[in-house]
Design a protein around this ligand. Structure first.
Ligand code: UDP
Length: 369
């Protein structure tokens, strides 16, 4: 009946379905949630688009991807410039001259570089092998202790010495007074919210929500000649080699009777003692002028089966386990695996879109050859 059964209506599944439809393929998209969009889904509360599964800010350096999403929906000029609070003091992120000025009361890049270089030298780290060493060798010990250690250990539930170094490389370090969190050329939030992207991608495609693939696997699998699986790869294989570890999140929403609670969309709490990592004030993503505001406190938690898996724990142990599942998946002829969970990769939205487009290009070019 269908060419593709797409398991998961998140960004990977939706882009895949959109591209497949363009090639004349018939797709059925299923999702166990009661809505499409995966983690980019927005829930409207008090007229505000609430990022129900965590803040999503679109950014990319790839003009092709930027054009692709802009063809679906118009983007606003939102630029992410989070603040960090440590012991009652506010600091700008990412680490830039505003941060250094606040920390050390200095004004010039040379002064900042000198302080960081001195701290790096004193640490004696030359060949960083974990997140702590990587962070200190990039920004020195002051920033590490005030703005990185507490946040990171809450976020990942592990000591920074046990975490992979690559995570911290996501954050820019610059010696200009520039609070833009991303280095990418293009950035913004879809005007009217992320659901517009999903709706556009899935236009004209058969969708079934509230459907759990694992509960109806046999029947569902007979509906299509190929499966595109975007869920947890270890679950697909019945956890036969063991469970991959993920980090999950719990969100606590509050509707407040004020039009502006914190003056910024994202405020990080970098102390270990504060149990949440950040407070999101959603209206600021879209310059909202509603009378009320909705804020969300984000609490990282250990993932267990049945919970939402947000972040793959890409340490050595888990990557090794993932490789075993990946090897199994490579032998499949009728199942395609894609997205953050199936590829066990800390993907951002633009990377998910890029991966789905690359997969479609390969698949549909091979087919026509
Ligand atoms: N990070 C930090 N302090 C901050 C913000 C981020 O130490 O105030 C570190 C932390 O280890 C985090 C990583 O940088 O996991 C990546 O942060 P990013 O904002 O990219 O994470 P995401 O938005 O994907 O949760």
């Amino acid at each position: 009946m269908y060419d593709f059964l797409i398991v998961g209506a998140g960004l990977y599944g939706a882009v895949f379905a959109h591209e497949a439809k363009k090639k004349g393929k018939k797709c059925l998209v299923i999702d166990r949630r009661n809505h499409t969009g995966g983690n980019i889904y927005n829930e409207q509360i008090e007229g505000i688009n609430v990022h129900k599964y965590g803040a999503h800010i679109f950014h990319t350096n790839d003009k092709m991807i930027w054009d692709y999403v802009n063809n679906l929906v118009e983007f606003n000029r939102y630029t992410n410039s989070p603040l960090a609070i440590f012991e009652g003091q506010l600091y700008n992120l990412p680490f830039n001259m505003n941060t250094f000025h606040k920390l050390w009361d200095i004004k010039t890049p040379d002064e900042a570089i000198a302080i960081i270089e001195k701290q790096v030298k004193e640490s004696g780290i030359t060949n960083p092998s974990n997140l702590e060493e990587q962070a200190i060798s990039l920004v020195g010990t002051d920033i590490y202790h005030k703005l990185i250690k507490g946040y990171t250990e809450k976020q990942w539930g592990r000591k920074a010495t046990e975490l992979p170094a690559f995570i911290i490389k996501r954050l820019p370090l610059r010696f200009t007074y520039d609070n833009n969190y991303f280095n990418d050329k293009y950035q913004g939030i879809p005007i009217g919210g992320y659901n517009k992207i999903t709706e556009k991608l899935l236009e004209g495609i058969d969708i079934r929500t509230n459907v759990d693939f694992f509960k109806e696997r046999d029947e569902l699998s007979t509906l299509a000649s190929k499966i595109v699986f975007t869920g947890n790869i270890d679950e697909y294989y019945g956890f036969k080699y063991g469970k991959l570890e993920y980090r999950s999140l719990q969100f606590e929403n509050e509707i407040l009777d004020t039009d502006n609670y914190q003056g910024n969309a994202v405020v990080n709490y970098t102390e270990a003692e504060v149990p949440y990592t950040r407070i999101i004030e959603h209206k600021h993503f879209e310059f909202g002028n509603q009378k009320k505001t909705v804020i969300t406190k984000e609490y990282p938690v250990e993932w267990q089966v049945g919970m939402e898996a947000y972040y793959p724990m890409n340490d050595e142990k888990n990557n090794k386990l993932f490789k075993k599942y990946k090897d199994l998946s490579l032998k499949e002829t009728n199942t395609i695996f894609g997205g953050r969970l199936a590829e066990y990769k800390y993907y951002d939205m633009h990377q998910v879109i890029g991966a789905a487009l690359a997969k479609c290009k390969k698949l549909f070019t091979e087919e026509t050859c």
